[in-house]
Structure formats: C-alpha cells, structure tokens
Design a protein around this ligand. Structure first.
Ligand code: HEC
Ligand code: HEC
Ligand code: HEC
Ligand code: HEC
Ligand code: HEC
Length: 228
C-alpha cells in the first residue's frame, strides 16, 4: 500500500509536470533536421573540433565538474581568456573579438566587462527527470577505463567533430532505460536496434573495484530513481 501510494503521488506529480512542460514549450521552435532537439543559436559559435580534436584538449579540462557532480558545467570566460590572450593567430577574428568584448566590455557600452558569455542550453531534460554525470563518468572512465571522448560520446555523439555542439542522441526515457536494463535490446523510438548491441552492453559489464570485488551495478529501472 505504501509503495502504491508513493507511486501514484509520483505519477500525479509527473503528469502535472508534463502538462506544464508542454504548455511552456514554444510551439514553433525550429528543430534540428533529425528532430532531436531545438536548433540553438549561440552568442559565439564555439568550434569543438578545433579545441577537442585539433588541439586535443581533454573534454574535462573545460567541463570540469562532469566527474564530481550532477552537471558537467560550461567553462567560465576567464578560462577562454587565459589561453586566448596569448594566441595572436586568431586574435582579430570576429568571434575572438566578440569573446574579448565580454571580457573587456564593448565600446558601445552594451556589454559590461567580465559578463559571462550567455551560452544557451543544447541539452535540457524536463525538470522532473534526475540525471547525474558523476556516477556515469566514474563508472565508464575511472572504473572501466574508457577513453573520455568515447564515454562522453555515448550520450553526446562525436562532439570533437562538431563546429557547434548539438544534441545527437534521443535522451528519451526508453533510451536511458535501454542501457540500464540488462537484457533489454537498445532500440530507437521506432524499435530499430541502435548500433552495436554487444558494445553497448559492455558498458554494464561487472568491473573490479580497487579491492578486487566486482561492481555489478547497472543503472536503475525504478521510476523513483530517475524521477525523484
Ligand atoms: C576549450 C573548452 C572546451 C573543450 C575542450 C570542450 N568543450 Fe564542450 N563546450 C564548451 C563550451 C564553451 C560550450 C558551450 C557552447 C556550445 O554549446 O556550443 C560547450 C558545450 C558542450 C556541450 C553542450 C552543452 C549543452 O548545453 O547541452 C556538450 C555536450 C559538450 N560541450 C561536450 C564536450 C565533449 C564531449 C568534449 C570533448 C570531446 C568537449 N565538450 C570539449 C567548451 C569546451
Ligand atoms: C588551451 C588553450 C585554449 C583554450 C582554453 C580556449 N581556446 Fe579557443 N582556440 C585556441 C587556439 C590555439 C585557437 C586557434 C586554433 C586554430 O588556429 O585552429 C582557438 C580558436 C578559437 C576560435 C576560432 C577563432 C576563429 O574565428 O578562427 C574560437 C571561437 C574560440 N577559440 C573560442 C574559445 C572559447 C569561447 C573558449 C572558452 C570556452 C576557448 N576558445 C578556450 C586555444 C584555446
Ligand atoms: C549517460 C549519458 C551521459 C554521459 C556519459 C555524459 N553526459 Fe553530458 N549530459 C547528459 C544529459 C542527459 C544531459 C542533460 C542534463 C539535463 O538537461 O538535466 C547532459 C548535459 C551535459 C552538458 C550541459 C551542461 C550540464 O551539465 O547540464 C555538458 C557540458 C555535458 N553534458 C558534457 C559532458 C561531458 C564532457 C561528458 C564526458 C566527460 C558527458 N557529458 C557525459 C548525458 C550524459
Ligand atoms: C551507456 C549506458 C547508460 C546510459 C545511456 C544511461 N545510463 Fe544511467 N547508469 C548507467 C550505469 C552503468 C549506472 C550505474 C553506475 C554505478 O552505480 O556504478 C547508471 C546509473 C544511473 C543512476 C543511479 C545513480 C545516480 O546517479 O543516482 C541514475 C539516476 C541514472 N543512471 C539515470 C540515467 C538517465 C536519466 C539516463 C538518460 C538521460 C541514463 N542514466 C543513461 C548506464 C547508463
Ligand atoms: C533511467 C531513467 C528513467 C527511469 C528508470 C524512468 N524514467 Fe520516466 N523519463 C525519463 C526521461 C529521461 C524522461 C524524459 C523524456 C523526454 O524528455 O523525452 C522521462 C519521462 C517520463 C514521463 C513523461 C512522459 C514521457 O514519456 O515523456 C513520465 C510520465 C514518466 N517518465 C514516468 C515514468 C514511470 C512511471 C517510470 C517507472 C515505470 C519511469 N518513468 C522510469 C527517465 C526515466
């Protein structure tokens, strides 16, 4: 009875959250060609390819919090400036001039000095979903020893090739649960299997912890774990 009550309260909460979410969402926001999310226009087009691929800067050098908190975080302006103030080759390009306007203030006075760049969210799960980077990153990178880009890439696609970050995975409930549920085939919305199943399941293989005992945890499939 107790569990039943808990679940109905959860469901009521969810449905009201869903309906308010639906009414809040702008009806006509342009979507990416594959409808995975809204097309986001950034104040400065940030080239992930030139930083993460050409210069091989680690994803977590910029997204510092991924391994220790729920959010991965967007790097602060001073991190960009720290490097860019000594890079002459691109100092006069329109995008870097704009970057320095946020740092030094714009001549027309419209942007004050040290204004954080107003980056827009590319991924944005509804508020009733709880997602935490830390546990996933610890598992994939620290315990399973996956290369960082591969581990991030599982949920974000091949960001190092992107000239503008954009959503490339569904991030739907079925998609999350597909990886959590051990013998559940990982399928796209229409039921088509996604990618290499054996590879996907390898993310759930038990791994040995420091003391040699196996860590078996796959992700939860209980509603309340993802919808607290
Ligand atoms: C030099 C710093 C830097 C590096 C290195 C970097 N990023 Fe980013 N990342 C940013 C900035 C700035 C943004 C915000 C602008 C944007 O969304 O395009 C961003 C945005 C993102 C987003 C979208 C965030 C959202 O709003 O949903 C993802 C996902 C992401 N990065 C993943 C990665 C991955 C994976 C790597 C490694 C392959 C990486 N980043 C390397 C600076 C960096
Ligand atoms: C580790 C040093 C480093 C950091 C940190 C860094 N950059 Fe860069 N960035 C570079 C270098 C070097 C280039 C030039 C690369 C090239 O010539 O391809 C560059 C190129 C760029 C360009 C393309 C310039 C153009 O128009 O040709 C943009 C935009 C940019 N960076 C924005 C940012 C932003 C925003 C941040 C902070 C989130 C940032 N960078 C952090 C080193 C860095
Ligand atoms: C298991 C899937 C998964 C993995 C692995 C993952 N992310 Fe995410 N990431 C997400 C989801 C889901 C969101 C959206 C969260 C939200 O809207 O509440 C997100 C959001 C982000 C954002 C936007 C800011 C934020 O934290 O909400 C950045 C930046 C980001 N991820 C970077 C990374 C990087 C870098 C890695 C690898 C070190 C990584 N992610 C690994 C699923 C993942
Ligand atoms: C590639 C496989 C994979 C994907 C995709 C994935 N997860 Fe997980 N998740 C795991 C594994 C493995 C664990 C167990 C980690 C551990 O405890 O070591 C986990 C643990 C969790 C936990 C419990 C730990 C915590 O942080 O409280 C939650 C909640 C969770 N995942 C939510 C999500 C959501 C929401 C999504 C989709 C946006 C998602 N996961 C996508 C593999 C995945
Ligand atoms: C692994 C994480 C996870 C688990 C477990 C989970 N959900 Fe979800 N749920 C999500 C995500 C992520 C979304 C957001 C989907 C989106 O934005 O497209 C969601 C959305 C929803 C919605 C909104 C409608 C919809 O389909 O988009 C409802 C209702 C819901 N979940 C109920 C439940 C119930 C009931 C359970 C238990 C049987 C459950 N969820 C288990 C991750 C999870």
């Amino acid at each position: 009875m107790h569990r039943f009550l808990r679940l109905s309260v959860l469901l009521m909460g969810l449905f009201s959250a869903v309906s308010s979410y639906a009414t809040d969402a702008p009806q006509s926001a342009p979507m990416t060609p594959d409808s995975l999310g809204p097309l986001v226009e950034q104040p400065i087009e940030f080239p992930h390819n030139r930083h993460a691929k050409d210069m091989q800067i680690d994803c977590m050098y910029c997204h510092t919090y991924a391994r220790r908190s729920a959010v991965a975080g967007i790097p602060p302006l001073r991190k960009c400036i720290g490097c860019h103030q000594s890079i002459e080759t691109v100092r006069e390009t329109p995008r870097i001039k704009k970057l320095f306007e946020y740092w030094e203030g714009s001549k027309d006075g419209k942007i004050a000095a040290k204004t954080p760049v107003p980056w827009k969210k590319v991924h944005d799960l509804p508020d009733f979903v709880r997602f935490n980077h830390e546990r996933h990153i610890k598992r994939f990178i620290e315990q399973q020893n996956r290369p960082t880009q591969e581990a991030c890439g599982y949920c974000h696609g091949d960001v190092k090739e992107m000239t503008v970050a954009r959503r490339s995975k569904a991030l739907s409930m079925g998609w999350c649960a597909g990886c959590h549920e051990k013998d559940h085939p990982v399928t796209a919305e229409g039921g088509t299997p996604i990618g290499n199943q054996a590879y996907w399941y390898s993310f759930q293989k038990p791994v040995a912890n420091a003391s040699g005992s196996a860590i078996k945890a796959k992700g939860p499939n209980d509603c309340w774990q993802c919808h607290k």
